[in-house]
Design a protein around this ligand. Structure first.
Ligand SMILES: [Zn+2]
Length: 67
């Protein structure tokens, strides 16, 4: 998971604005999952790198399997 400190070191490519942590809702399989992700404060673009997306989905699958 990305920390706020890490997110604040990034800026939006398009706007040059610093990123803020934003709650994003994923629709995945049978459920919705709320996760905090870094997003641009200007254009609302949410930054998800492949590593994060893969890790998060693995985490979600783990949650589902535990049920
Ligand atoms: Zn932006």
């Amino acid at each position: 998971m990305i920390s706020l400190e890490e997110a604040q070191q990034w800026a939006c490519d398009a706007c040059g604005k610093p990123l803020v942590m934003r709650e994003v809702v994923f629709l995945y399989l049978n459920g919705t999952f709320h996760v905090d992700l870094p997003a641009c404060s200007e254009c609302d673009f949410v930054f998800i790198n492949e590593e994060l997306a893969t890790g998060k989905m693995a985490e979600v699958e783990g949650i589902l399997e535990d049920k």
